[in-house]
Ligand binder design. Structure first.
Ligand SMILES: Cc1ncc(COP(=O)(O)O)c(C=O)c1O
Length: 390
């Protein structure tokens, strides 16, 4: 068996520290918006090289509150991509606005800046420019979107950028952390993420004091002072216990991301010449491999084959958002986003984490080669899997 992800391994590495952090919270008996949340917000903002962080209850709400903070609401449009987790679009819908999808660059699976510009121009030509309120690129699988081009277009058309960095903690573009390019950057701490909690959680980071203050009101009943409500905010707070545990894990994030990068290189090396397309790391980007996603036209057959061999894989994501039943009302048709749709048919996420072993990677690569009827890896030919240097 090669599991898709083994969270226990990582937990065991830090078990003692996690328990002391939880104990610290219990000893203070302050469970909501205490010192741990404030300290984590500061530490995570510093990690992203921005001034402010606001801890919230999930990545979905991080996006929703970020959109609300820049004033997106009923009747507005937000430009994003359809090759992403559904939350990206749901967060837009929750504000009353409409998600509009542009196609992706199929080499990185992120927003294609040409498609973005083309769309904005076509909207302008139809006199519908004013409905567009924001751009929401997604740093998918751990690889940044092309932020210089996206920011240039956004600035030219005076549109705020909100980054969905839920899959890309620590990823960089031109040496700068994702989440620090736009007005606001949104992260999820869902347990499987590169920085994952032990439950739900999220954060919005920003350089703007004004947005920071608005976000703090939005996440906690619009309250500035106990029982004084300035706006209609909700309950979207990050838990004190989650924050305490995330503070521990944040200290390991760079090391773990480095581990992911090393394991990704091993995969790439072992999959050389295997007929699958491996993830690309663009020259200007530093990938953090939240997922290791390969691509092949024979995706479904390969997935079935690997399952029979005890290898767990997943598809991120099998149905693009514009073709989901939940978004039928938007009126998109198959063929509207050809590169997105093709990606959805061809991508396959292999077992992956910083803790995956070389022999597990070798087993996956070996079985992929078997599927394509390719010669075995040299180490397999020699009859053993030990001692190979990749
Ligand atoms: C790209 C993307 N956006 C948003 C989210 C939503 O995050 P959460 O699950 O914390 O609500 C996720 C998480 O799965 C995600 O992968």
């Amino acid at each position: 068996m090669v599991p898709f992800l083994d969270l226990k391994k990582q937990y065991k590495e830090i078990e003692g520290e996690i328990f002391s952090a939880v104990k610290r919270v219990f000893e203070k008996c302050r469970f909501i918006l205490g010192e741990e949340v404030s300290a984590f917000e500061e530490e995570f903002a510093r990690y992203c090289n921005v001034q402010y962080g606001v801890g919230v209850d999930s990545g979905t709400d991080a996006l929703y509150l970020a959109l609300k903070a820049v004033g997106v609401g009923e009747g507005d449009e937000v430009i994003t991509v359809a090759h992403t987790f559904i939350s990206t679009a749901l967060a837009i819908s929750f504000t009353g606005a409409k998600p509009i999808f542009v196609d992706i660059d199929p080499t990185t699976y992120t927003m294609d800046p040409y498609a973005l510009e083309h769309f904005i121009k076509s909207r302008e030509a139809k006199g519908k420019r004013r409905r567009m309120k924001a751009i929401l690129p997604v740093h998918l699988y751990g690889h940044s979107a092309e932020m210089d081009a996206i920011m240039e277009i956004a600035n030219r058309y005076h549109l705020p950028v909100i980054e969905d960095a839920c899959q890309a903690h620590g990823a960089m573009y031109q040496g700068k952390k994702v989440g620090s390019f736009g007005l606001l950057g949104c992260f999820s701490f869902y347990p499987t993420k590169n920085l994952g909690g032990y439950g739900d959680g999220g954060v919005v980071v920003t350089k703007s004091k004004k947005l920071y203050e608005t976000l703090r009101l939005l996440r906690c009943y619009g309250e500035r002072k106990k029982y004084h409500h300035f706006i209609k905010g909700g309950n979207h707070r990050l838990d004190e216990i989650q924050a305490a545990m995330l503070r521990i894990k944040l200290r390991y994030l760079d090391r773990w991301n480095e581990g992911r990068r090393e394991k990704a290189q091993i995969y790439k090396k072992m999959l050389e010449g295997s007929k699958v397309i491996c993830p690309l790391e663009r020259e200007l980007s530093q990938h953090v491999y939240h997922l290791f996603v390969i691509r092949t036209k024979k995706r479904n057959a390969l997935q079935t084959f690997l399952k029979k061999k005890g290898i767990e894989t997943l598809i991120h994501y099998p149905i693009p958002i514009h073709l989901q039943k939940a978004y039928k009302d938007l009126g998109y048709q198959r063929g509207d986003l050809p590169l997105t749709e093709r990606s959805a048919q061809e991508v396959l996420s292999l077992p992956f984490s910083q803790g995956i072993t070389e022999s597990e990677i070798e087993e996956v690569a070996h079985q992929i080669r078997c599927f394509f009827e390719l010669p075995a890896l040299p180490s397999q030919q020699a009859g053993g899997r030990q001692g190979r240097q990749y």
